[in-house]
Design a protein around this ligand. Sequence first.
Ligand code: SF4
Length: 68
Amino acid sequence: MADHVPFVVEEECIACGTCAEICPEVFTVNETLGFAQVINPGGAPEEKIQEAMDQCPVQCIHWADAME
Ligand code: SF4
């Protein structure tokens, strides 16, 4: 179990879809709500999640400590 998980700051997300393109196992854009959501925090290797974070144009994806 990963000790940290990605989360999206929904208010800052512009729903560009980049994170879901790079890492669809983890991120999806909710078209109705207008922001990206984490569907499966452990769905991809950390490096791939990090790449999605790095490519986010508004840098609104962050790591958080995982809850037990
Ligand atoms: S890359 Fe960033 S701004 Fe774009 S949909 Fe994902 S979280 Fe939102």
